[in-house]
Write a protein that binds this ligand. Structure first.
Ligand code: BGC
Length: 770
C-alpha cells in the first residue's frame, strides 16, 4: 500500500495548509481535510520498509557505499553507474539523464535507479521572481505556484529531487544568498517554505510531475560573520531554536523527505559534521526518516588544510585530521549522502575495519536513501514521463508563464510614491532608461535553473507593449564579470548620461531601471556596500534635473541602502529580480493594471553601519534614542530605525487597519484565543493590503524580541470596502525556546500589535495564566 501522508491537496486553500504546517495561526481551526494532511512519519509504509530491507540484504559493502555517493554530472562515469552510484546532480539534458538511468536500471547488478537532483530554486525554465521577492508577496500561493511549475518542468527531463526550498532566515544583507529565501523572519519563511514543499512534492511525490524537496542549508547558514559566504556562525541555543530552526521544522512537517546540511560552522561545529543538529534535532527530536545530503564538498571541508600544498582538495574547518576522519565524522553525525567529495565511498571499508563507523550506520544511511527512492516511485518509473525529444515542448507553457507574470507583479514593493507619480499614464510618451532597462540576462536573478536569457522579456519590451513608442537609453553599463576588475560593479562612467538626459527630455515621463546585476547576489556573492552600484545615483540626479516625472524601478537581490535615492527619486518600486516575465510585470504595476501590494520581507538599512538591523531584535537595557548619549545608538545616524522597515509597502490606494479585538483577555498555557482586526480600503482604487499581527512578551525569563510576526493575510478590497481578518493564537505563538533548548510557555502578559507593517502601533494585551 502506498503512503497517503498528504492526501487531498488540490482544493484545500494553500494558505490554510501551509499555516497548519508552519504550526502557527489557524491550527485551531483546521478542517478534517487539513488534519488528514498532517504528516504521520511513524506510519511510514510497511511495504516500502520491507522492500528496502530486502534490497539492503542483497547489497555488498561496495554497493552500499556507492549508494551514499552523490556526484555532479562532470564526475560521473558509466563504470561507476554500473557499480551502483546513488545520485547525480546538475544534469538537465533529458537524453543524458535517460542514458545514465538506463545503465543504472539495466546494467547495474541490483538495478537500483539513480536519483537525479537539481537546484530548481525559483523555476526550471519558467523563471519566477527570486525567493526574496516571493517573500515580499506575503502570499503563499506565489511560492506554491513557483514550485508547482518548477517541479513539473524539472520532472519532464527526468529529475526527481530539487535542492529547495532554501529557508535560511538571514539578518545579513551583505550576504549574497539572502536573495534565496524569504528574508529576516522565521514565521514568513516557515509559511512560504511549507508552501514550496507542498508544491514540489504534492500529496505523493511519486506523481509524474512531482519531486522530493530538500530544504537547506541545515542550519543557521544565513548568519555568516561579516556576510561573507560560508563564514562562521556563532549563536545561542535560543536563537538557533527560535529564529533559524522553525522554517526547517515547517518544511519537514509539510513532508520534505530530504535535507541538505550546511557549509558553515555553528559554535565551532560545521553543519555537515554536526551530531547535535542532524542526529539529535532533525532525526531525533523531529523524527525525520528521509536522508541528509552534504552540501558540495562539505564533507571534505571538515578536514584541516595541510600546511603545505600539494593541493589535497577541499579542506579548512579543521575538525578532522584527514579524509578518513572527515568521512567518519560526517557519517556518524548524520550525513547520509556525500556530494562531490568521495571520502565515505573511498574510506568506508577501511573505517569499518577500524571500527570507526558501524555497519548499522551505513545500513541506516542506505535505508534512508532507498526509502526516498521507493517513495519517489523510481523503481516502477525510473524514466521521465515524456521522451527526451518531447521535453522542450513542455517548457514555458502558457499557464506557467502567466503564473510567473502574476508572481512577479505580486512580489513588487512600492517603497515610496511622493506626489502619486505612479501609476504612469501609458498614453503619454515614456522613456525607459538605465542599465537594466533593455536587459534579459539580469532579470532572471541568481540561481536561474535551466532558464535562458532569451526567454526573458525586458522592461523596455514590457513597457512598449503597454506604452507604444517608448524610447530608450542605457545611461551606463553594469558589470557582469567577477571581480577583481578595475570597475568591479560597472556603471563607473557617466559617458552615457547626456544621451539618457536627451531621451528623458524628449519624453513625458521616465521609468528608470536600476539596481544590481544577477552576479551580485546568490552564492559566493557578498558585497561590502549596499549602495546602488557605480554611478547610478548620479544618473538619478541627472534625470531629476530634467524635471520630468519619473519612477525608479529597482532590481536587486538584497536590501539596498537608499538614503541617497529617497530624496531624489519621488517614486521607488522594488521589483527584485522578477524572472522571465520581468517586462510585462513591471509594466502592469507601473501603469496601474496591477496595484502593488508587496511588503518588505527584510529591513532596508539607512547605512551599512546599521547592519545587522532587523525588526525582530531583542531589547536592551539602554533602548535606542537618537537624542540621548548613553543608549544603544549610532552617534552619526540621527535615527534608530531602518530606512524602510520589515512589512513596509505602499499601494496606489490607502488602507486603514483598525479595531483590534481579542476573543479573551486570558488564556491557559495550552489554550488558544483569536485576534481580529478590520481592514478598510479608504482610497479610490481596488488594491491589496497585507494585514500583519505581531506579538511581544514584555517580561520573560530571557529577553524576548521586541516584536515577532505571528500572522499575516493579504487581502484584496474594492474602494470603500472592509473586511474582518482573524488570527488564532496558541502556545506555538506565545511560547519560546530557552537556552537549554526547551520550549517554554511562561505565565504573564503578551502584547499584540496589528497593522500593515512591523511598526504598527495598534495594540492590545492578554494574559497567559499560570
Ligand atoms: C550550494 C547549494 C546547492 C549545491 C548544488 C552548493 O554550492 O551551497 O545550495 O544546492 O551547491 O548545486
Amino acid at each position: 500500500m502506498r503512503r497517503f501522508r498528504f492526501r487531498a491537496s488540490i482544493g484545500v486553500p494553500v494558505l490554510a495548509l501551509v499555516l497548519a504546517a508552519a504550526g502557527g495561526v489557524m491550527a485551531a481551526t483546521q478542517s478534517s481535510d487539513e488534519q488528514a494532511l498532517q504528516p504521520t512519519r511513524q506510519s511510514a509504509d510497511q511495504a516500502i520498509e520491507s522492500k528496502v530491507s530486502d534490497l539492503l540484504s542483497k547489497m555488498t559493502l561496495e554497493e552500499k557505499l556507492e549508494q551514499i555517493q552523490l556526484l555532479p554530472d562532470f564526475m560521473v562515469t558509466e563504470d561507476e553507474v554500473r557499480k551502483g552510484l546513488g545520485s547525480v546532480l546538475s544534469v538537465t539534458d533529458p537524453k543524458r539523464i535517460r542514458e545514465l538511468q538506463r545503465i543504472a536500471v539495466e546494467e547495474s547488478r541490483l538495478k537500483i535507479p539513480i536519483l537525479f537532483a537539481f537546484d530548481t530554486i525559483h523555476g526550471f525554465r519558467t523563471i519566477f521572481p527570486i525567493p526574496l521577492g516571493a517573500g515580499a508577496s506575503f502570499d503563499p500561493q506565489v511560492a506554491f505556484n513557483d514550485h508547482k511549475y518548477g517541479a513539473r518542468e524539472s520532472a519532464v527531463v527526468g529529475l526527481k529531487q530539487t535542492y529547495a526550498p532554501m529557508v535560511d532566515v538571514s539578518h545579513e544583507p551583505r550576504w549574497g544568498r539572502i536573495s534565496e529565501a524569504a528574508g529576516e523572519d522565521p514565521y514568513l519563511n516557515s509559511v512560504l517554505g511549507a508552501a514550496r514543499v507542498k508544491a514540489i512534492q504534492g500529496g505523493d511525490y511519486s506523481a509524474s510531475d512531482k519531486l522530493v524537496a530538500s530544504p537547506k542549508h541545515f542550519v543557521a547558514y544565513g548568519q555568516p560573520e561579516s556576510g561573507r559566504d560560508y563564514n562562521t556562525t556563532d549563536m545561542s541555543e535560543q536563537r538557533l531554536r527560535n529564529l533559524y530552526l522553525p522554517p526547517f521544522k515547517a518544511a519537514i512537517d509539510a513532508g520534505a523527505d530530504t535535507v541538505m546540511c550546511s557549509f558553515n560552522a555553528i559554535n565551532g561545529v560545521p553543519g555537515c559534521g554536526n551530531d547535535y543538529t542532524m542526529n539529535r534535532i532533525l532525526k531525533g527530536e523531529w523524527g525525520f526518516d528521509g536522508f541528509v545530503e552534504g552540501d558540495w564538498t562539505a564533507v571534505a571541508e571538515l578536514r584541516a588544510c595541510p600546511p603545505k600544498l600539494p593541493d589535497t582538495g577541499p579542506c579548512g574547518h579543521g575538525v578532522a585530521a584527514d579524509g578518513p576522519a572527515a568521512a567518519a565524522l560526517a557519517l556518524n553525525a548524520g550525513v547520509d549522502s556525500e556530494m562531490t567529495s568521495t571520502l565515505i565511498r573511498d574510506f568506508g571499508q577501511q573505517l569499518l575495519a577500524q571500527d570507526r563507523i558501524s555497519m548499522r550506520r551505513i545500513d541506516d544511511a542506505v535505508r534512508r536513501i532507498l526509502r526516498v527512492k521507493f517513495r519517489a516511485g523510481l523503481f516502477e518509473h525510473p524514466y521521465a514521463p515524456v521522451a527526451p525529444d518531447k521535453a522542450e515542448a513542455e517548457m514555458l507553457r502558457p499557464d506557467a508563464v502567466a503564473a510567473a507574470r502574476k508572481a512577479a507583479s505580486r512580489s513588487m514593493v512600492l517603497l515610496q510614491n511622493k506626489g502619486g507619480v505612479l501609476p504612469l499614464d501609458p498614453s503619454k510618451k515614456t522613456a525607459v532608461i538605465g542599465p537594466l532597462a533593455n536587459n534579459q540576462h539580469d532579470m532572471l536573478g541568481p540561481w536561474w535553473g535551466a532558464g535562458r536569457d532569451t526567454d526573458a522579456v525586458t522592461v523596455l519590451d514590457g513597457i512598449k507593449q503597454q506604452s507604444p513608442g517608448a524610447t530608450y537609453a542605457e545611461g551606463c553599463k553594469l558589470s557582469n564579470t567577477e571581480p577583481p576588475t578595475t570597475d568591479p560593479e560597472g556603471c563607473g562612467s557617466d559617458a552615457g548620461f547626456a544621451e539618457a538626459v536627451a531621451v528623458a527630455k524628449a519624453a513625458d515621463q521616465v521609468v528608470l531601471a536600476l539596481g544590481e546585476t544577477r552576479e551580485m547576489s546568490g552564492e559566493a556573492a557578498a558585497r561590502s556596500t549596499l549602495d546602488l552600484p557605480g554611478r547610478q545615483e548620479e544618473l538619478i540626479q541627472a534625470i531629476k534635473a530634467t524635471g520630468k516625472p519619473f519612477a525608479v524601478v529597482l532590481f536587486n537581490g538584497r536590501p539596498l541602502t537608499l538614503e541617497g535615492v529617497v530624496d531624489d527619486a519621488p517614486a521607488i518600486l522594488d521589483a527584485w529580480f522578477p524572472g522571465v516575465q520581468a517586462g510585462p510585470a513591471v509594466a502592469d504595476v507601473v501603469f496601474g493594471q496591477v496595484n502593488p501590494g508587496g511588503k518588505l520581507p527584510v529591513s532596508f538599512p539607512r547605512r551599512l553601519g546599521q547592519v545587522p538591523i532587523y525588526y525582530n531584535h531583542e531589547p536592551t537595557g539602554r533602548p535606542c534614542d537618537p537624542e540621548q548619549k548613553y543608549v544603544s545608538r549610532h552617534r552619526d545616524i540621527p535615527s534608530c530605525s531602518p530606512l524602510f522597515e520589515f512589512g513596509h509597502g505602499l499601494s496606489y490606494t490607502t488602507f486603514d487597519v483598525s479595531n483590534l479585538q481579542l476573543s479573551s483577555s486570558t488564556v491557559s498555557k495550552n489554550g488558544s484565543l483569536r485576534a481580529s482586526v478590520t481592514v478598510t480600503n479608504t482610497g479610490r482604487r481596488k488594491g491589496d493590503e497585507v494585514v500583519q499581527l505581531y506579538l511581544h512578551d514584555p517580561v520573560a525569563s530571557i529577553s524576548q524580541p521586541v516584536r515577532r510576526l505571528r500572522g499575516f493575510e493579504r487581502v484584496t478590497l474594492d474602494p470603500g470596502k472592509s473586511r474582518s481578518v482573524t488570527f488564532t493564537l496558541d502556545k506555538s505563538d506565545f511560547g519560546f525556546y530557552d537556552n537549554r533548548g526547551k520550549f517554554t510557555v511562561e505565565p504573564g502578559q503578551i502584547d499584540v500589535y496589528a497593522g500593515n507593517s512591523s511598526s504598527a502601533s495598534m495594540t492590545q494585551s492578554f494574559t497567559v495564566r499560570g
